[in-house]
Design a protein around this ligand. Structure first.
Ligand code: SAM
Length: 329
């Protein structure tokens, strides 16, 4: 098992398949993009599946989420998903995506066994989308969401990051729009993970503020906290339920004590936290010919050193060198 020194057990693996993205969301990367990892440094599909297989078959991973960058940019995604859902014990397999291209691929992904998708959608206004993401792709995202719902990848979850002076005023319309379509909306506090280091605590729209905004229009009652477990989102029944909304207070309401996540970057590094400053290099060992036993041992050792918390509130906090797109969100 992947147990750390505080007794937490990692069972939820987030795998970044690429650091590249076709959007340029301002809380993530600059308009000109980033220096992408060279292809030779990316894990191949076979390497990804080999490491995921070790995680599932030997180390107790029960959930695998593919992310990025934008995972739909990986041509082999459907094949990777099919090979993951064929593992035993079968893990839950999900995808975090910006939805661009999902209209074409949702059916094939569902047929490959994909269980769920989280689609990022911060605004319903085309001009705001262009301003925020520096690309005019809102219609593609909306088509992708509808296709995922149609393909049975339900409940479709929607992730939204609110920013002051950009889309804060859309909290209520976004929730109403998601409720009408049966999508489950989760608001995520903006985290200091942008490549430009432009995050500021004062500008961040906090979980408290989001709940206050929503409470003006909806009756929110906390969902059973017992069921929250390691889930990052605090969930609320909307107007008595069954519809729900989630708020992920990564910064102001950290959930590190219940964290069960471990991350594999697109270039084969194990990270214990989005905010970790250490990584453990599985790719070099794998490419040097390490067997499954050795890779599993290295992985166990990497997780053993997981820190107690992300430390954003600590005066000594330093933003990680890698931006979100390179870690895998
Ligand atoms: N491209 C995919 C997508 O858009 O969902 C997957 C990767 S993206 C990094 C994963 C999630 O991280 C998205 O929901 C995005 O909104 C969120 N995200 C990116 N940067 C963030 C930040 N600085 N703070 C909070 N969430 C962030």
């Amino acid at each position: 098992m992947l147990r750390d020194s505080f007794g937490r057990v990692a069972t939820d693996l987030r795998v970044s398949l690429t650091d590249k993205c076709n959007l340029r969301c301002s809380y993530c990367m600059p308009p000109e993009g980033l220096d992408w990892l060279p292809n030779a440094q990316l894990l191949t599909a076979d390497e990804v599946v080999r490491l995921v297989t070790i995680g599932v078959e030997r180390l107790g991973i029960t959930e695998v989420r593919y992310t990025g960058g934008e995972p739909l940019l990986r041509r082999e995604l459907t094949d990777i998903v099919a090979r993951t859902t064929a593992l035993r014990p079968r893990p839950q397999v999900s995808l975090t995506t910006n939805g661009i291209g999902l209209a074409r691929t949702a059916g094939a992904l569902a047929a490959a066994g994909l269980d769920r998708v989280n689609v990022s959608l911060d605004t319903l206004d085309r001009d705001t989308f262009k301003r925020l993401a520096h690309r005019d792709r809102l219609p593609d995202v909306l088509d992708g969401l509808a296709a995922a719902h149609h393909a049975g990848l339900r409940p479709v979850k929607v992730n939204a990051v609110l920013m002051r002076d950009v889309n804060r005023h859309e909290a209520v319309p976004l929730l109403r729009w998601c409720l009408e379509r049966g999508y489950e909306l989760r608001f995520i506090e903006q985290m200091p993970l942008d490549a430009q280091h432009g995050w500021s605590r004062d500008d961040m729209v906090t979980a408290d503020e989001i709940l206050e905004l929503l409470s003006g229009s909806f009756d929110l009652t906390p969902d059973d906290a017992e069921e929250r477990g390691s889930a990052p989102a605090e969930r609320f029944l909307v107007d008595g339920g069954p519809a729900r909304v989630g708020v992920i207070g990564s910064v102001t309401r950290p959930f590190c004590a219940a964290c069960d996540r471990v991350r594999l970057t697109a270039d084969g590094q194990i990270r214990n936290c989005l905010f970790a400053r250490e990584e453990s290099d599985l790719k070099s060992a794998l490419r040097a010919g390490a067997g499954d036993d050795e890779l599993a041992e290295r992985w166990v050792a990497a997780v053993a050193g997981k820190r107690a918390g992300h430390g954003i509130d600590d005066p000594s906090f330093l933003q990680p060198a890698r931006p979100m797109s390179a870690i895998g969100g």
